[in-house]
Design a protein around this ligand. Sequence first.
Ligand SMILES: C[S@@+](CC[C@H](N)C(=O)[O-])C[C@H]1O[C@@H](n2cnc3c(N)ncnc32)[C@H](O)[C@@H]1O
Length: 392
Amino acid sequence: MAKRHFVGVSLTSQIRRVQELLLARTGADEFYETIRLLVAKAFHERSRATAPLTFERAHILLTENSAEVMRFVEGVPSFSAPPDLVNECLRVLDPVKLNDIKFEALDAAFEEMTSRHYKSDKGQFFTPRHVIELCIDVLRPGKTDTVCDPACGSGAFLKAAYDYIGDSRARRLYGFEISPRASKIASLMSFLGCGDSLKIHTVDSLRVAGGTLFDGQAASIEHALADDRLAKAGFDVIATNPPFAGDVSTSEYVSNYEVANLSKTRVERDVLFIERCYQLLKPGGRMAIVLPDNKVSASKFAGLREWMIRKFEVVGVVSLHGYTFRPYTSQKASIVFARKRTGMEAGNDHMVNFYRSDKAGKTSSGEIVLADGSIDHDLDEIAQDFKREWVL
Ligand SMILES: C[S@@+](CC[C@H](N)C(=O)[O-])C[C@H]1O[C@@H](n2cnc3c(N)ncnc32)[C@H](O)[C@@H]1O
């Protein structure tokens, strides 16, 4: 029986309660205030103190570690909410032990915190964790691989890679994210769940180096990696779910992206991300990218598929169930698994494996469907079959 997924809910409900308290009783930004509470709690647990955490101690911890805290919040390191409210929130969080918490629970809590600020019309939504685990399971990142997600959100693909590699010395996981809030959450995920080993950068990943660093726009990935010898050579593995929504003017990207020439006036962002992944991979590097279904099936994108086949060995496509991304989007999606060709290869001279998922683990309204206490999906079975076909 393939492994399935436990659904952690308790931290989520406590975070929800804390956010309700903060929203009801203070004008403070409940998102960053909740992060302050969690970070103070993490420092408190790490100091092995046994007494319950109170405002006074939490305030000292946040100010003593202000440089560290400012990696996760905006504004000031310590609380804006009054002491009695902070104490009430700390009491709600008291039963949680962050040091022992499981990824699913942490991640579900981050989803709760972020989704209020995420906008699905901007392509910002969470990838179900069983989809992420399928990608990582099939890509099989190794201890010496550099792994990247250029649209990393809360860092869940990277966290799954960190867990898969299973070696605390793994220090080769890179996340890039345009939204400062999401990127703070990814840094927090790294701090709480990945031994602080994720390298998270707030950048526009579609911006290719060439613009000046000080032109007022977000820096590029190339700028962020300027001093990183390991990553500059290109990544061994990319796992990503880029934004589906929103297209951009072709003219803006035409000089840096071949695929922009395939469209007349507008080009979809996920199309640009495919080429960005190509640029970021090493020759021979492998990729899993979640794409709207039309990229693998619509005649309109035949030219894009030809481009992909010239540039990549497309190894397999997993067609996801139509409910997979509900309630955020009803758009059907597929995962494309591919290997970047080395300069010597040409043409598509191999079989592409196609898989279809028939169990989303969700209802049409996006509610989780459980079987024996775990999410009822079929992606573990698909991963097993796929790995038999794709020998790395
Ligand atoms: C569909 S979400 C996936 C997030 C994450 N991988 C997950 O599964 O939870 C896409 C993410 O890409 C980010 N994004 C959109 N455009 C971007 C860009 N140009 N550069 C970097 N990140 C971008 C969004 O803010 C969002 O967090």
